[in-house]
Design a protein around this ligand. Sequence first.
Ligand code: FAD
Length: 426
Amino acid sequence: MTESQTMESVESFAGRARAWLAGNMPRTEDRGGRHQAATRSDEQELAHIAHCRALQRMLFDGGFAGICVPTDYGGQGLTVAHQEAFNREVRGYEYPADTQVPTFTPCMSVILEFGTHEQKKRHVPPILKGEALWMQFLSEPSGGSDVAGAQTTAVRDGEEWVLNGSKIWTTGAWWADWGLCLVRTNWDVPKHRGLTVFMLEIHQPGIEIHRIEMINGSREFCQEFITDVHVPDSQRIGQIDEGWAVGTRWMYHERTISGGSPYVTSPAGRPAVALDPSGGAVALIPLARSRGWLGDTRVKELIGEAHALALIGNALVHHIGDEISTGATTSQAAAITRLWFGTSGVRNSTICYELLGANAVTWSDEDRDLGQRGIRFLMRQSSCIAGGTTEMARNAISERVLGMPRERTVDKDTPFRDVPRSAPTR
Ligand SMILES: Cc1cc2nc3c(=O)[nH]c(=O)nc-3n(C[C@H](O)[C@H](O)[C@H](O)COP(=O)(O)OP(=O)(O)OC[C@H]3O[C@@H](n4cnc5c(N)ncnc54)[C@H](O)[C@@H]3O)c2cc1C
């Protein structure tokens, strides 16, 4: 009998998920994810991450972790339709919101796509159990958009590689366990041809982590200084010097954080990462009601606009997801949803800010919820930067989806060693 003949139907799975969630998971309010990190102390943040790990373990023990991950690697071996059904059922319940991205996508997605059987056996089950949290070691002080311009270097030494360099803007590296790390292994070929990807244990001698404080008070961003770190060749993902093949798919999986990843658990209609920091119209209505503002025409207009943005976002995720999965368009079209969630995220924060007026900038202790929204406004632009900027998404849409002429590059055929660049920042 084939797997599809024995597979549980989506309806039966959804019913089982509904009963399990009701019996096991605490109810919650959707408060917009990581943006709350700005007002947490380090102790509170660590406790929150430990809580996310525990929730992930509950999902695993309940048989609802890794719904689309093959059973060989600890998952459920089911389909995207099953994951979507779970996403509908999980709305209103706690789930490990802040550890879905980048652990499940892009990191686990890349491991599943490019890892060897042994690598998947070793690394995927701990992810599904909440034991291993992963981060992306991509951006460098010299720039994040030009991913292929990585200057962090790995030099082969027998069965090991020795890494030196620096990565930056790594969200949560101080509490995470593993990093997916893009490095240069060959300086004598053009930049796209000398890259390799490694799995890197974050907390080990030779990796110094510096915290970076942002305008909203959050210290979740980190810069890592990597000095003579030895990594076994068995932790290499993909072929030596062919990391760009991995990197291109990595970028694709990164864009699916706005929606469409089969590996992310996220209540239906909500981006996997809180790119919509206001929480959308759903969160605004009870707020406006509690303040007696619902009769105000301007308030109704703003809530209507947030609602329209949410509806369009949902429709777009489904449409683009379907087009990519049926082959009707290139996977590069994920840049369209990425662009949408970037720009609509900024607008949503602004809608919230306009709606709250003076309450968004001054609040009392009893009004902490209003304060959160004011603080989120300070971070509104991050939705256009995180996961690759919206400018880079526009480039991908014009060049890779619409087929417009490619941007002129001067370093395409030049060995990376000879490409002019700034001195590395230490
Ligand atoms: C909330 C958040 C979380 C993040 N988490 C991580 C993480 O976990 N790991 C990680 O590695 N990075 C992370 N980043 C970093 C992020 O990936 C980079 O900030 C981003 O890729 C841009 O890189 P940069 O800041 O170095 O800007 P640069 O690359 O220096 O770009 C500067 C400006 O120039 C524009 N630009 C550059 N090149 C082009 C071009 N060819 N065409 C048009 N415009 C261009 C950019 O769009 C941008 O506006 C995070 C960022 C944010 C905001």
